[in-house]
Design a binder for this molecule. Structure first.
Ligand code: DX5
Ligand code: ZN
Length: 213
C-alpha cells in the first residue's frame, strides 16, 4: 500500500493542530515534519518543541532533518515523539553511526539524498536504514517543481534494495502531485510526501485517495 505523508510546511501556521487533524481524518499515513536550520538549507522552519505538539495530533511524525550535524538533534526529536528520523547523507559525516543512533533512540532510520547526490551513498549502509528519501527538488522550500532526473534515481534505489533483498521504504519529497505521483510510484516509490498540492486541494481526502491509485 502506498503511504501518503502531508508536509506540515504547507499547513496554515496559525491553525496547525486543525490542519494536522484534517489530514489525519482524510486518511494520511504520516505527518512529514521538515526541520530546516538555515545552514544546510537556506530556510528555517520548526524545532523539537513543535514536533512534540504535532505528534499529539493523531499521525506518526516523519521528521526530515535538513540540518548540519544531525547527530546533535536525534535524541531531541526522538524524545519529542518522532516515529521516523531521516538525516541527509550529505550532512552526516558519520552516516553509519547516525543511523545506529536513530535506531537506538527507538525510531525508524532514514537516509535522504539531494537531487545531485548519487544513490551509491546507500551502498555501504544497506540494512542500516528503514527508509531511503529521494529528494525530487532541492531541499529548503515547498511549492517547487519536481526535477525529472530524480525519477530514475527512485528506480535505482528500489533496484539496489531489491538486489539486496531488503524491503526498506522509498520515500519521495518535492513537487509531488497527481501528475508526478503515478510516475514516482511506477519507479518504485511507496511513500509520497505532498505539501502544496495536498494542502491546496479542494478535497484532501479525494486527493490522498487519488495519489494512492
Ligand atoms: C522541501 C521539503 C518538502 C516540502 C515539499 O525542502 O523537504 O517536504 O514541504 O513541498 P511540496 O510538496 O510543496 O513540494
Ligand atoms: Zn521534507
Amino acid at each position: 500500500m502506498i503511504k501518503v505523508a502531508p508536509s506540515l510546511l504547507a499547513a496554515d501556521y496559525l491553525n496547525v493542530g486543525e490542519d494536522i487533524r484534517r489530514v489525519a481524518e482524510a486518511g494520511a499515513d504520516y505527518l512529514h515534519f521538515d526541520v530546516m536550520d538555515g545552514s544546510f538549507v537556506p530556510n528555517i522552519s520548526f524545532g523539537p518543541e513543535m514536533c512534540r505538539r504535532a505528534a499529539t495530533c493523531g499521525l506518526p511524525v516523519d521528521a526530515h532533518l535538513m540540518v548540519v550535524n544531525p547527530e546533535r538533534h536525534i535524541e531531541a526529536f526522538a524524545e519529542a515523539g518522532a516515529r521516523i528520523i531521516t538525516v541527509h547523507a550529505e550532512a552526516a559525516t558519520h552516516l553509519h553511526r547516525c543511523l545506529q543512533q536513530i535506531r537506538a533512540a527507538g525510531c525508524l532510520a532514514g537516509v535522504a539524498m539531494n537531487p545531485a547526490t548519487s544513490p551509491e551513498c546507500l551502498r555501504y549502509v544497506l540494512g542500516d536504514f528503514d527508509l531511503a528519501l529521494v529528494m525530487t527538488v532541492n531541499p529548503g522550500f515547498g511549492g517547487q517543481k519536481l526535477i525529472p532526473a530524480c525519477i530514475d534515481k527512485v528506480a535505482a534505489v528500489r533496484g539496489m534494495l531489491n538486489e539486496a533483498g531488503l524491503d526498506a521504504m522509498v520515500e519521495v519529497d518535492g513537487g509531488v502531485n497527481l501528475e508526478t505521483g503515478p510516475k514516482l510510484i511506477a519507479a518504485g516509490a511507496d511513500m509520497l510526501v505532498a505539501g502544496s498540492a495536498l494542502y491546496g486541494a479542494a478535497d484532501v481526502k479525494r486527493f490522498i485517495e487519488a495519489l494512492r491509485k
